[in-house]
Design a protein around this ligand. Structure first.
Ligand code: SAH
Length: 377
């Protein structure tokens, strides 16, 4: 068991589905252990069966209720009648030479999202989505080009984790989760936390909370709520600009917020959690990569116990932004390092498979796609 599995405010509530699926079957992953035990009770089964089902799902990688041989046949049949285990279809499955794999999923409830498995040394990191589309409108990002359609449910968020887990050979475990796929996670906080609690739970995926990162555009009230309700996860704030004039252009939602309030909420999260957070800065050539920007950024973050993660832009077809030259990246880096900022320059992974989320969805036409059955995921 990994460390760091505290109780959260939400864990004590039982979590059932928000709505019944179109075909009137329920999504099993919308049920936490309490609501599953309640369902079992009404069916005349004993609640310890919930443990068996969860064990088969999270550790045993069951693909169907048939893969749960320790359950009585009648219960397996009843489960198949009432529940769907998978509510997505894998529309595309891409693999890059560096070991990165990406899935494009179509939900039966509607909409498509992307999720990614990254391999780096011993790390097996997954990047998951929280919404279909995104409402934040960051000008360089592919995910929000068509706005947001809907929030993903708890079950849909967990389903991404389980599908990616099943790409690993037996014996390999997921080690890290980043919520950096499509959508703004803090705009879907209830379902997200309920899903992440399962990722963290010892009888779930058993991933330490400090290895689970929520990346946000920076919505202060939601950051404060997170600090109050569940401050065990790692928080990353997408800054992308060192002043409001520029941030208003690159991250339009900033016009209603302002950098000062974002930093204040982030400071509160640090004070509540005692955990250093990360600021993300996507470097866009000739937009936010000048020496002046680096100086302003160093000033803004000086004294804050944070890590600055500078990410070279992953170009999106149809958008006018470019990756800066290695010379301007080096210059940017030197100024920040001289300014005493704890900075990290991240390598891009999975470039060849459009690994910046939102890109694969855009490059895949809705018609004429090869639909693979879930078992081939
Ligand atoms: N809405 C959240 C999480 C999703 S985006 C957020 O804003 O943080 C996760 C990170 O990827 C963000 O920092 C985002 O700015 C960055 N990103 C989006 N598109 C990118 C691209 N094409 N190249 C590099 N980084 C990108």
């Amino acid at each position: 068991m990994s460390e760091d599995h505290g109780e959260s405010g939400l864990e004590s509530e039982s979590h059932g589905p928000d709505k019944v699926a179109a075909n009137s079957q329920l999504h099993l992953l919308d049920y936490d252990s309490k609501s599953l035990a309640t369902w079992l009770k009404t069916e005349g089964s004993q609640s310890y069966r919930a443990k068996q089902i969860r064990h088969r799902l999270f550790s045993g990688r069951a693909e169907s209720f048939e893969d749960m041989p320790d359950l009585p046949k009648a219960l397996r049949e009843k489960l198949s009648q009432d529940f769907q285990l998978w509510t997505s279809t894998v529309v595309r499955h891409q693999k890059a030479e560096d070991g990165t794999e990406k899935l494009l999923l179509q939900w039966s409830e509607g909409g498509r999202i992307e999720c990614v498995l990254l391999r780096d040394g011993d790390r097996r990191t997954i990047c998951i989505s929280s919404q279909v589309g995104c409402a934040m409108g960051c000008v360089f990002c592919a995910s929000g080009l068509d706005g947001v359609d809907r929030n993903l449910t708890r079950g849909e968020i967990i389903e991404q984790m389980l599908r990616l887990q099943r790409l690993l050979p037996q014996g390999e475990r997921l080690s890290h989760i980043v919520v950096m796929g499509m959508g703004e996670p803090l705009a879907n906080l209830n379902s997200l936390l309920s899903a992440l609690n399962e990722a963290n739970a010892p009888d779930g995926l058993d991933i330490s909370a400090r290895r689970i990162t929520i990346s946000t555009v920076g919505l202060p009230p939601a950051i404060v709520r997170l600090a109050e309700e569940n401050r065990r996860f790692h928080l990353a704030v997408s800054l992308h600009a060192p002043n409001d004039e520029l941030r208003d252009q690159i991250v339009p939602v900033n016009r209603k917020i302002g950098i000062k309030k974002v930093l204040k909420a982030a400071d509160q999260y640090f004070e509540a959690s005692g955990r250093r957070l990360t600021y993300e800065y996507v470097l866009l050539a000739e937009v936010n990569d000048s020496p002046e920007h680096a100086q302003q950024l160093a000033q803004l973050l000086r004294g804050r116990p944070a890590l600055l993660n500078v990410i070279p832009y992953n170009p999106v077809e149809g958008l006018p932004y470019q990756t800066p030259s290695s010379m301007s990246v080096r210059r940017f880096r030197e100024i920040l390092e001289r300014g005493g900022i704890n900075v990290q320059f991240r390598q891009r992974k999975g470039d060849k498979i459009n690994a910046a989320c939102g890109q694969l969805r855009r490059s895949t036409p809705t018609a004429n796609v090869e639909i693979q059955p879930p078992s081939q995921a």
